[in-house]
Design a protein around this ligand. Structure first.
Ligand code: 9MG
Length: 256
C-alpha cells in the first residue's frame, strides 16, 4: 500500500503532495512502481499534530479519491471522521484506514452502511498527546485484546469479517521498547483471523535504530517491511513502493 499524504505537514513527506495535481502525479508514480493500494490522507497523524476540520480534510482528499477511483485504482482513505468516511466511500474509496479503529461516534455505522472495508488500528491516546509516557504491562497482549474488541464491535455493527483488517499501530502511543516487542511478536496477531497491516515506513522507531533522519530511512524501512511480511503482515503501508516491491519479490521467489 503506497502512501499519499495530501497534507502540508506529514512527518516524512510533508508538502510533497499538498495540491490535488501533485498528489495525483505521486499516486500514479506509486501505482507504476507496483502499489496494489493507495492510502490517501488529508490530516497528519504524526505525534504532536493538531486536527484539521472536516471541510479542509474533504477539500484535500475528495478530488484525489474521485480521480484515482475513476481510474480503477483501489483506494483506502486514512481518516478518523465519520463525515469524511461517508464522503470518501461515496467518492469511490474501497477501504477506510482508521488510526482510531472506528471509535468516533457514528464511524462504525457509516462504514457498515457504505459497504467499504476497514483497517482497525491500535493507538493509545491521540496524536497530539500519544507519545507522552505511554504505558503497558504486556504490550502484545494488550494491543491484541484491544483489536479483538474492535473486531467484535465492527462485526456487531454489521461489518462482515471479510471486510476487516487489523494493525498494531507502530509508533502510536508506544515507546521504542513497545514497538520492538510488537515487531518481534507480530506473528501472534495471526490468531485474530483477519489480514494484518503494518506501517513502519520511515518511522521514528527506525530513526532510533539507525540514527538516520526520516528521508534517509528507506533501507531500514524496506528491512522492516520484509521482516513484518515474514511474520505474517499481508499489507505493508509504505512510502518507498519500488524498493519494498523488489525486496518482497526476492522473498516471494524463495518462499512462494
Ligand atoms: C495513517 N497511518 C500512519 N501510520 C499508520 C500505520 O502504522 N498504520 C495505519 N493503518 N495507518 C497509519
Amino acid at each position: 500500500m503506497g502512501i499519499v499524504n495530501v497534507t502540508p505537514d506529514s512527518f516524512s513527506d510533508g508538502g510533497l503532495c499538498a495540491s490535488t495535481e501533485s498528489a495525483l502525479r505521486h499516486a500514479v508514480r506509486l501505482i507504476e512502481q507496483g502499489a496494489d493500494w493507495l492510502d490517501i490522507g488529508g490530516e497528519s497523524t504524526r505525534p504532536g499534530s493538531m486536527p484539521v476540520d472536516v471541510e479542509e480534510e474533504l477539500r484535500r482528499i475528495i478530488p484525489v479519491v474521485e480521480a484515482l477511483a475513476g481510474m480503477g485504482v483501489p483506494v483506502s482513505v486514512d481518516t478518523t471522521k465519520p463525515e469524511v468516511m461517508r464522503a470518501a466511500i461515496k467518492a469511490g474509496a474501497a477501504m477506510i484506514n482508521d488510526v482510531n479503529a472506528l471509535r468516533s461516534p457514528g464511524a462504525l455505522e457509516v462504514v457498515a452502511a457504505g459497504g467499504a472495508a476497514a483497517c482497525l488500528m491500535h493507538m493509545q491516546g491521540e496524536p497530539r498527546n500519544m507519545q507522552i509516557n505511554p504505558q503497558y504491562d504486556d504490550v502484545v497482549a494488550e494491543v491484541k485484546e484491544f483489536l479483538q474488541q474492535r473486531l467484535d464491535a465492527a462485526q456487531a455493527a454489521g461489518i462482515t469479517r471479510e471486510r476487516l483488517v487489523i494493525d498494531p499501530g507502530f509508533g502510536f502511543g508506544k515507546m521504542q521498547e513497545h514497538n520492538i516487542e510488537l515487531l518481534r511478536h507480530l506473528d501472534r496477531f495471526s490468531d485474530l483471523g483477519v489480514p494484518l497491516m503494518v506501517g513502519l515506513s520511515r518511522k521514528a522507531m527506525l530513526g532510533k535504530i539507525t540514527g538516520n533522519e526520516a528521508a534517509d530511512r528507506v533501507h531500514a524501512s524496506v528491512a522492516a517491511a520484509l521482516l513484518a511480511a515474514t511474520k505474517g503482515a499481508g499489507i505493508v503501508r509504505v512510502h518507498d513502493v519500488k524498493a519494498t516491491r523488489d525486496a518482497l519479490a526476492v522473498y516471494n521467489a524463495v518462499n512462494g
